[in-house]
Design a protein around this ligand. Structure first.
Ligand code: CNA
Length: 409
């Protein structure tokens, strides 16, 4: 794909830090299929439900961030949101996901002290951690990224309970879209259909020249990288790279679905992200101010660091897989998810690739077996069986899914 031959399109470039803020109120005036009047009715009903359910914890407020976490759990954030879902109030759920979703699959995140990739980059001999995803640095020396890519290429890791929870949202007809920053392909692998998924930072599924953007067969790029070779563009002889979005590169066109989705959302679930990378991080500020936002993470991030929390904000801090499991139990979905995971195990397993950055060298070891091994962990985790890329056809595919597929770019 030669991007220079494409018609002009809006551009958004990936960058670290420097958060943009977009007041949700602005979006209330955006015209669209869900007009202003209809939104207001839905909003006030949601706000009423939430205020009734959130009253008990209001008097625990004080000014420390840890107190805000206490406050949020004392007002029963998870249970409140579960109740809303059960009441049928949330039919357009948007999920915003980050690397914390995949740590249970054995893939380190970026920023967790000690185990995150940023804390373990000495072997790549780079001047600063972000250099590994810097396009100019790559242009000069692709080796550090290629070494890391060998560990991240899809095939070594399996989706975990959290991925299947997201798929279950789709199965129940509630998922409007999942926006993931992850490049590991595990959302796709667990069977979330393409039209429900925005891989905002790209993926390894395609590859192209990093200079002239001429497409290159992804399998050939993978073969070269896995064999410590540099894939070379057949057109201009520059280095080919998987279509993972680096700092300084444009986000995929599909990312722009956010302008339709976020104003339409009636529940935002934010999972396993530090909300440090723009423009993705600011997406969470583009839902309407009356829409419940649920943060599931180890620590408070982004707008959830502010005290007091927005009245419709909820957070549940702790291990993500455990939290999601509890949430699923509250919703009565746990058995369905377990069953879905079991059924995936009967499908063929992907060819596993042994990786040099074996996550068993990190604390992720305790969270699952090393890449490429099977485990009988009863707590269905990332190293359990899952479908290959030809995942189970989605019998659950709902009407919203097919309707929205036409919007996908
Ligand atoms: P990050 O900055 O490393 O943040 C991860 C967040 O998840 C942190 O707040 C952690 O505290 C939290 N977290 C990690 N593990 C758990 C857990 N088990 N339970 C609860 N919380 C947990 O990563 P972000 O996703 O915010 O940053 C975006 C980057 C990371 C994207 O550009 C990705 O490409 C990149 N990345 C992706 C992967 C992947 O695809 N799996 C892996 C590593 C990095």
């Amino acid at each position: 794909m030669n991007r220079s031959s494409q018609p002009p399109v809006p551009r958004v470039t990936r960058s670290a830090g420097g958060r943009l803020t977009e007041p949700a109120e602005r979006l209330d005036s955006v015209p669209g299929p869900y007009g202003k009047q209809r939104r207001k009715q839905t909003d006030s009903a949601l706000a009423q439900d939430l205020s009734q359910m959130s009253m008990s914890g209001q008097d625990t407020l004080n000014n420390s961030p840890s107190a805000s976490a206490v406050k949020s759990s004392s007002r029963g954030g998870l249970a409140s949101v579960a109740r809303l879902v059960k009441l049928g109030r949330c039919k357009n759920v948007v999920v915003v996901a980050g690397a914390g979703v995949s740590t249970a699959s054995g893939i380190p995140d970026f920023r967790t002290p000690g185990t995150g990739l940023y804390a373990n980059l000495e072997k790549y001999n780079i001047p600063y951690p972000e250099a590994i995803f810097n396009i100019d640095y790559f242009s000069n020396d692709p080796q550090p990224f290629f070494s890391l890519a060998k560990a991240l290429y899809p095939g070594s890791h399996r989706p975990n309970y959290i991925h299947y929870f997201i798929r279950m949202l789709h199965h129940k007809g509630l998922l409007l879209r999942v926006y993931t920053q992850n490049i590991d392909g595990l959302e796709k692998l667990c069977g979330i259909p393409d039209d429900k998924l925005v891989e905002a930072h790209g993926s390894f599924a395609t590859a192209a020249c990093h200079l002239c953007y001429t497409a290159y067969p992804a399998e050939e790029a993978k073969k070269a990288i896995m064999n410590d070779k540099v894939p070379i563009c057949t057109f201009c002889a520059a280095t080919v790279k998987p279509d993972v979005v680096f700092f300084g590169e444009d986000l995929p066109q599909k990312y722009f679905l956010n302008t339709q989705d976020f104003p339409k959302a009636d529940l935002l679930i934010i999972m396993g992200t530090s909300l440090q990378i723009e423009p993705f991080a600011s997406l969470v500020n583009t839902v309407r101010s009356t829409v419940p936002r649920l943060l599931l993470n180890r620590n408070a991030v982004g707008p959830f660091e502010k005290v007091p929390l927005r009245r419709t904000d909820h957070m549940e801090l702790g291990d993500l897989e455990e939290t999601v499991r509890r949430f699923a139990e509250m919703l009565g979905w746990n058995d369905d998810i377990e069953e879905l995971m079991r059924s995936q195990e009967t499908l063929s397993l992907p060819t596993l690739i042994s990786s040099p950055l074996s996550v068993d060298q990190t604390s992720c070891q305790s969270r699952g077996a090393p890449a490429g091994t099977e485990t009988s962990r009863s707590k269905a985790g990332g190293q359990r069986g899952a479908s290959s890329g030809s995942e189970e056809t989605d019998s659950e595919t709902d009407s919203k899914s097919s309707a929205s597929s036409s919007q996908s770019t």
